[in-house]
Design a protein around this ligand. Structure first.
Ligand SMILES: O=P(O)(O)OC[C@H]1O[C@H](O[C@H]2O[C@H](CO)[C@@H](O)[C@H](O)[C@H]2O)[C@H](O)[C@@H](O)[C@@H]1O
Length: 240
């Protein structure tokens, strides 16, 4: 079912890849539609500043793609927070391991397979197999084995990728944390996202009396659905 117009008392939480931008062959190849930044700015004004991005991406990465975005950004699945005008800060960095060493170990794993792509993150690492889908099973097993050495990290399957991220992080916790503070507190949480990692945040938004919007195909607990990022943009434009 298509979502209604975004209510004026909404707190709007948006995923990035697959929701605001189409999935691309590599993380750096995504294209931000030119209409998107002004629409996000207008919505930010209209909703009293209660618009945030909640993404698996590093927060700095998101600020680079949307440099003028005036709202809050929760990055690395909520392990980092970037409030407007403030530097990115860790919310729950996983302690007790050397992140550079972990990233080196993943690079070594990937070395025999040049089509694999290693994406280092401030608190973890992603191994992408979009350019070699046949290696998906191998990547998953290799990352599961590696995860055994890192109890403070959680294995996060994603679209054509497997990630190790801080075990305590989660988009649901990021949403709950923002909803506890101004300008989000007291508003109706609305969360839109396309991936498995978004389901916890969709459930959290709905548990707090709001609603979730699943973008694209696949099972979801969301009450509403939009087919793709182009439809998300139209939905945002209608309310901006
Ligand atoms: O939470 P999101 O904003 O949806 O971010 C999830 C992950 O997105 C990126 O990877 C995915 O998108 C890439 C670009 O379209 C694609 O090439 C890749 O196959 C997808 O898995 C990003 O690179 C990750 O860090 C995010 O966790």
């Amino acid at each position: 079912m298509l979502p209604d117009r975004i209510p004026a008392d909404a707190a709007l939480f948006l995923d990035f890849d697959g929701c605001l931008v189409e999935i691309a062959p590599t993380p750096d190849a995504v294209r931000v539609p030119p209409e998107l930044p002004p629409v996000l700015s207008r919505l930010h004004d209209r909703l009293g500043g209660a618009v945030a991005l909640i993404s698996g991406r590093a927060a700095g990465d998101l600020r680079r793609f949307l440099p003028g975005f005036p709202g809050a950004v929760a990055g690395s699945h909520g392990a980092e927070l970037s409030l407007p005008g403030q530097p990115v800060r860790p919310v729950m960095a996983a302690d007790g391991f050397d992140v550079a060493r972990l990233q080196d170990r993943v690079r070594q794993l990937a070395a025999p397979h040049p089509a694999l792509l290693v994406e280092p993150k401030p608190h973890g690492v992603v191994l992408h197999y979009r350019a070699a889908p046949d290696l998906g099973g191998w990547v998953t097993q290799a990352m599961i084995r590696l995860a055994g050495d890192y109890p403070m990290l959680a294995l996060q399957p994603a679209k054509m990728a497997v990630e190790l991220r801080p075990a305590g992080a989660g988009k649901d916790r990021a949403l709950a944390g923002l909803m506890a503070q101004p300008p989000f507190a007291g508003r109706l949480p609305v969360y839109a996202g396309d991936d498995l990692t978004d389901e916890a945040a969709i459930a959290e938004a709905q548990a707090l009396g709001g609603f979730g919007v699943k973008v694209g195909p696949g099972d979801s607990a969301a009450r509403h659905r939009l087919p793709d990022p182009a439809a998300v943009l139209r939905w945002l434009e209608d309310a901006a």
